[in-house]
Design a protein around this ligand. Structure first.
Ligand code: PMP
Length: 367
């Protein structure tokens, strides 16, 4: 696996890391970047001011470590989520990637496995690798859907320590029915499986799609993970969080690094929560653009999947790398997630969406 050109080849790396590639969504300087499912709307001015004020107020105490248990932030997150949650049910970390890593550090690890259903979020196998947890790639239907019966059967078959259910699923965009979550939890009961529902995109769900937060009551090993990177338009702040029974949140103290959430991060997140209505005001506009992408791609003869998220996964009816390059030549960066004949595009502003659709038309005409 190690070519002589591999600069890491001579290092005493762990055997299981040899020849591996890091997570690498390209960070290219392009006019229209629609490849990492960010909220492309800038942070509103009132929130910029509030973050500035909050951060300023902690700056003079940056000589001290932050509140290790970030109690004020946990309380604010519990209030934001509702569902009768308190700060004891909440945990937070530097992005939901770190949340998922800490869950595997606590409940996965050597000799244990994590099951997820592919295609799904590409970081899950990498987080498994980094924590020494075996990754089991569960199966979906050919149309990428996942039913309760199939999911439960696979949980029973593999008896994993942890299951990651991504809902809405990245990269396909569709939310899971709660009966799938329920069936997976039931099937894992016998093995005390921890079931994590990664709801990074939940705020963009079509109306009537309930959150797995509604299932927390009475399920002591169910975890619902969220992030401020998407709907909150704060990917740069790095704040992810989860809601679960209090002992699950408590268990994270065993694996987190001391003071993992900086005072600046806590101050930023508190300001964001105080102004969540202003931050979340773009969600409806993004959903409108998402629905526009689905309708217009279908009208062009492509096959977009139903989306509950701020992105659209579509079958492009041609070689995906060629269309990806064609769009890039038009100044629009989308994501080739490595699934033959498919691409994924983030719903941005109205102007960005127009640029994307114009570029698609130009590429299709060129064929
Ligand atoms: N879960 C899913 C499904 C994602 O798509 C992403 C980001 N692409 C994350 C988690 C991680 O996001 P963050 O670490 O920024 O919270």
């Amino acid at each position: 696996m190690n070519s002589p050109a591999d600069p890491l080849a001579t290092l005493p790396l762990r055997d299981d890391l040899r020849g591996m590639s890091p997570y690498g969504a390209p960070q290219l300087q392009v006019e229209v970047a629609l490849n990492t499912n960010e909220n492309t709307h800038p942070v509103p001015a009132d929130v910029v001011d509030a973050i500035g004020e909050r951060v300023r107020s902690v700056a003079a105490q940056l000589n001290r470590y932050p509140d290790r248990d970030f109690t004020e932030l946990r309380r604010a997150l519990a209030n934001y989520l509702g569902h009768g949650l308190t700060e004891q049910n909440i945990w937070a970390a530097n992005g939901s990637n770190e949340i998922l890593q800490q869950i595997l550090q606590a409940f996965g690890g050597p000799g244990r496995s994590v099951l997820s259903f592919v295609p799904t979020y590409s970081m899950y196998p990498l987080l498994a690798l980094g924590t020494g947890t075996e990754f089991i790639a569960g199966r979906r239907e050919p149309d990428f859907s996942l039913g309760a019966e199939s999911a439960a059967r696979q949980v029973a078959e593999h008896a994993p320590a942890v299951v990651f259910l991504c809902s809405p699923n990245n990269p396909t965009g569709t939310a899971l029915d709660l009966d799938v979550v329920d069936a997976v939890y039931e099937a894992g009961e016998a093995h005390s499986t921890v079931v994590v529902v990664d709801e990074a995109y939940a705020e963009f769900s079509r109306s009537g799609t309930p959150s797995a937060l509604t299932l927390l009551e009475g399920r002591p090993r169910l975890v619902v993970s969220r992030t401020m990177s998407k709907a909150f338009a704060l990917a740069g702040a790095r704040l992810g969080y989860f809601a679960a029974a209090a002992p699950v949140a408590d268990a994270m103290r065993l694996v987190r690094l001391p003071y993992h959430l900086s005072s600046v991060t806590q101050a930023t997140a508190l300001a964001a929560l105080e102004h969540h209505e202003s931050l979340l005001a773009t969600v409806e506009e993004i959903k409108t653009q998402r629905d526009r992408i689905v309708a217009e791609l279908a009208a062009l003869g492509l096959t977009p999947a139903t989306s509950d998220s701020n992105f659209v996964f579509f079958a492009c009816g041609q070689d995906a790398p060629t269309l990806w390059q064609g769009l890039l030549d038009e100044g629009v960066l989308v994501r080739d997630v490595g699934i033959p004949g498919h691409l994924r595009v983030t719903a941005g502003t109205e102007a960005e969406t127009t640029a994307f659709l114009t570029a698609v038309r130009a590429c299709l005409h060129r064929e």
